[in-house]
Write a new protein. Structure first.
Length: 306
């Protein structure tokens, strides 16, 4: 890709078998109105449909805007995530997966302006609309803190990747090997970025559309216990990573909270043996009365919902 000047923003996009959506997604990025240069870095993971052909057509049309990373063999989502984010050369990085798209032409302009004016912040994200497979488009009403930091985000990820912009600190950081164990990398990546004490800003504006029923995380969300197990293992790796050594107290607290959540979700999914085992494991490190109340309440709800 020919580059006449440094990019202020690199948008990274992971793509695999998304021929239905990819043109809309790419154009929603390229149609951004900005006062600065930006590029789109696409990690295409050996699609078996027409996705790559569509991307090549658009790359020929916008050769200075699109950087295409191709795979000879399918390397999987997280390996594609790591290699693609490393190829982003912008001062800031935004994310837009191949099945989502942006609806605010000034998304990048607004977010860059905020980070330029607020040097103590490293991440800014917005609200989104959720698009379901039946065509229903629902505005997200989830409560999110206007300003937050590590101690908030370590409790769980509330940042939709399609809405985010963050400072490109990846150039000066080593992405840990344990990243490659997990089906997604956005939450641990955000934790890496704000580990230095910087803040997160939430702009309550609808800038993007998220397709809810597509992708790895949508499959995990079908059973809360499955995604809780993944997040719990991420937390344990974060806890063991020396990079986060000063954050051990807040990480440990979140680990216990996730273990309790795993216990209650297993009960609600009627996996009573696993939930009871989790309860017994938690007794030495929890308030027994509170723990027991949560265990019995989740068991009661499971029985009522038969």
């Amino acid at each position: 890709m020919v580059k006449d000047q440094l990019n202020t923003v690199s948008v990274f996009m992971l793509v695999y078998n998304q021929e239905q959506y990819i043109e809309q997604t790419i154009l929603s990025v390229l149609n951004q109105k900005t006062s600065f240069p930006f590029n789109l870095v696409i990690g295409e993971d050996c699609s078996t449909d027409n996705t790559l052909r569509i991307i090549k057509t658009l790359k020929n049309k916008y050769p200075h805007k699109i950087k295409l990373l191709k795979s000879k063999n399918n390397i999987g989502l997280i390996h594609n995530f790591v290699r693609t984010v490393k190829e982003c050369d912008g001062e800031y990085i935004a994310i837009c997966d191949g099945d989502d798209y942006w609806i605010d032409e000034y998304k990048l302009q607004k977010q860059v302006k905020f980070l330029e004016e607020n040097k103590d912040h490293s991440i800014v994200f917005t609200n989104k609309k959720n698009l379901f497979s039946d065509g229903n488009l629902i505005e997200s009403k989830d409560e999110k803190p206007e300003t937050s930091d590590f101690k908030d985000l370590i409790k769980g990820n509330y940042i939709a990747s399609v809405t985010v912009l963050f400072r490109n600190k990846i150039r000066n950081l080593t992405i840990p090997e344990w990243f490659l164990k997990y089906p997604y990398g956005d939450w641990p990546l955000y934790l890496l970025i704000i580990n230095d004490g910087s803040k997160i800003k939430y702009l309550n504006e609808y800038t993007a559309i998220y397709r809810t029923d597509i992708g790895v995380s949508s499959k995990l969300r079908k059973n809360i216990s499955d995604i809780t197990k993944v997040n719990l293992n991420i937390l344990k790796d974060v806890y063991d990573d020396v990079f986060f050594s000063k954050r051990k107290a807040s990480i440990k607290k979140s680990i216990i909270e996730h273990e309790i959540k795993l216990m209650t979700s297993l009960n609600r999914e009627k996996k009573y043996g696993s939930s009871c085992y989790q309860y017994l494991q938690l007794i030495p490190k929890s308030n027994v009365i509170d723990l027991t109340n949560k265990y019995l309440y989740s068991l009661k709800l499971s029985i009522i919902r038969k």
